[in-house]
Design a protein. Sequence first.
Length: 115
Amino acid sequence: MDLTATQRQHIQLRVDEGARLLDRERPTWHVDLRQSIDADSPLDMARCEQCVLGKLEGDYDEAMTTLFPKLSGPEQEEKAIELGFTLPGYLRNSPDPFLTHDAWRYLGWCWLAKL
């Protein structure tokens, strides 16, 4: 199954929010992220070290703690979903592996489009 237009739109809107946050909190994120991506180290939103926050801060979890020190556990996860740093559970844990793969790939494309 492919992502629906609504699912793609929700992912894009969340990435837009995340990019606005990074614009405020780390104005050079575009340059830093662009410099961290190459053939040996591609952007891979499904991997904590290769996702946007992992590439910017070295580790997804550390980056979330730095950005949102007062949040933890489920609250932090919900914030990450709201900002397009990860996928909602229904896509991340879909019984359809092709849908999950497409969702991670689309999330990455949305972030790359911001560069």
